[in-house]
Structure formats: C-alpha cells, structure tokens
Design a protein around this ligand. Structure first.
Ligand SMILES: C[S@@+](CC[C@H](N)C(=O)[O-])C[C@H]1O[C@@H](n2cnc3c(N)ncnc32)[C@H](O)[C@@H]1O
Length: 253
C-alpha cells in the first residue's frame, strides 16, 4: 500500500505559535530548561532514554565506515554524541550541533575526561554551515520532531550527506498497541507535565512535549517524508512498545 507523504502540519507548532515564530520559541524553551534537562529527562523516562540512545549508537558503530565523519544534529546536552564518541574508532569523527546555546554549554560541562565529540557547533538544522556531501552519517535523537519544517530539515540532511551516507532519526511516537497507548497517553499528558514542572520549575516545555508527539507523524509517514527528501532503503525499528522508533535511510547515490 502506498504511504501518504501528506501532512497538514509539516513542522512543530507550539501552542499559539505560528510557523515563523516556532523555531525561536523552541530555542527559547530549550535555553530555559537546559540546566535541568538531563535530570528531568532521565527521571521522566526512568532512564530508558539512555538505553534508546545506546541502541542507536551501537547500530551506528556497526555501520559506519572505518574512516568517517558523523554529525549529531540537535545534539542538545550531547548524550548521543558521548555515546557515539565512546564507541567509535579515532578515525571515526563525531561533530555535534544545536541551535540552543545553553544546551551546548551543558554539553561542554559534561566533557571531562571521557571520549567527546571533535567539536560543538551552534547552528540551525535547517541552514547548516557545511558544504554538500561533507558527512558520511547524520544522526539525531529526539530533535527532529522539534524542527519548524520537517521537509526542509530532511533535504538539508540529504544535502550534507555524501551519496550513500546514512541518516539515523531516533524519535518519540504514539504507541501502536491500544491498551499500552491508553496508559502511556495518561502518563504523558497528565503526569509528565506536572513532574516536569516540579523538576525544572517550567511547565510549558512539559506541556509542549506530549502535544508535539501527538501532532507528529506516524513512523510510516516519517518514512514517506524521508523517501520524498531523497533517502533510499528507508526502514524503522520500534522500541519499547512503539514509544520510540529508530528510522534509517541512505542518501541517494
Ligand atoms: C529534546 S532535545 C534532544 C537533545 C538530544 N539530542 C538528546 O538526545 O537529549 C531537542 C534539541 O533539538 C534542538 N533543536 C530544535 N530545533 C533545532 C534546529 N532547528 N536547529 C538546531 N537544533 C534544534 C533543541 O535546541 C534541543 O536541544
């Protein structure tokens, strides 16, 4: 059956914010919670977020060529970047970018003595300051859903990937199993905003999180958008009852 690539809402739209203001609103929101982001994330997801990033990093480590450059885009406080840096060889270089200055500062504080990315860069995923075909792989965890324009983001990832390069998108989705979906929906929309508020002192980002997932694509729709943007052999793997999925695709040769 053909997969629809139509979306009435092809980018994130925080409540009461239009398409033009959405990116600035998202950046301000992450700047505001950056200092508490990790703690809230791990508690709210019972640390399963770390597990899903490890699954992603292991898969990338298996598939990346021996000498390669990878961009972790929307890297936030860098947990996927660190998971990758500790698994890749010295000839496989991780670069990390995000448009939130405060999230990058938190990432920098965590570097210490553990393996870290080659560089942190403040940049917008929709207008990346890299030449075409610069990277062998692009990865993003929980960032893609927050882009103001999903099609533009995917085309930008396709542009900076060399032909044959790989894209990895780890993202939240609405679970497919009905009973589980009901419990999850109750936790996500009723409990999580209160817990997030309590942990960070901010309510709006934790009201935004369940809404952004509710308005986001299904895994099949995201796969359709990836194909439309020039990716081949698009696949996805559901994780933990479909709360998350890891999409992969290869930039057209
Ligand atoms: C939910 S956090 C995920 C951070 C990290 N990847 C992780 O796994 O925890 C989403 C991140 O996407 C970033 N982001 C959203 N839109 C962006 C854009 N257009 N360009 C760059 N970063 C963006 C935000 O600043 C934020 O740090």
């Amino acid at each position: 059956m053909p997969v629809s690539v139509h979306s009435p809402d092809p980018g994130t739209r925080p409540e009461g914010v239009d398409a033009v203001d959405a990116p600035r609103h998202v950046r301000d929101m992450f700047n505001a919670v950056a200092h508490r982001y990790d703690r809230a994330n791990h508690l709210l997801s019972l640390s399963t977020d770390m597990y899903w990033r490890r699954v992603t990093a292991r898969r990338i480590a298996r598939e990346l060529p021996p000498s390669a450059d990878l961009l972790d885009i929307c890297c936030g406080t860098g947990d996927l970047s660190f998971a990758l840096a500790s698994r890749l060889r010295p000839s496989q270089r991780v670069w990390s970018a995000d448009f939130s200055h405060a999230m990058l500062l938190e990432a920098g504080k965590k570097s210490g003595s553990r393996p870290a990315p080659r560089g942190w860069l403040e940049a917008d995923a929709l207008r990346l300051p890299f030449p075409a075909a610069r990277f062998d792989a692009v990865a993003t965890s929980y960032g893609f859903r927050n882009l103001g324009d999903y099609g533009a983001g995917l085309r930008e990832f396709a542009r900076i990937l060399r032909p044959g390069g790989r894209l990895y998108i780890l993202e939240f989705f609405r679970p497919a199993v009905p009973v589980f979906a009901g419990i999850y929906e109750w936790y996500f929309s009723r409990i999580l905003p209160r817990l997030g508020h309590w942990l960070t002192g901010r309510l709006a980002p934790y009201q935004y999180l369940p809404r952004s997932v509710a308005h986001f694509a299904t895994p099949a729709e995201l796969a359709g958008w990836m194909r439309a943007a020039g990716f081949e052999r698009v696949e996805w793997r559901r994780l933990t009852g479909g709360i998350c999925a890891l999409h992969t695709g290869i930039a057209r040769r």
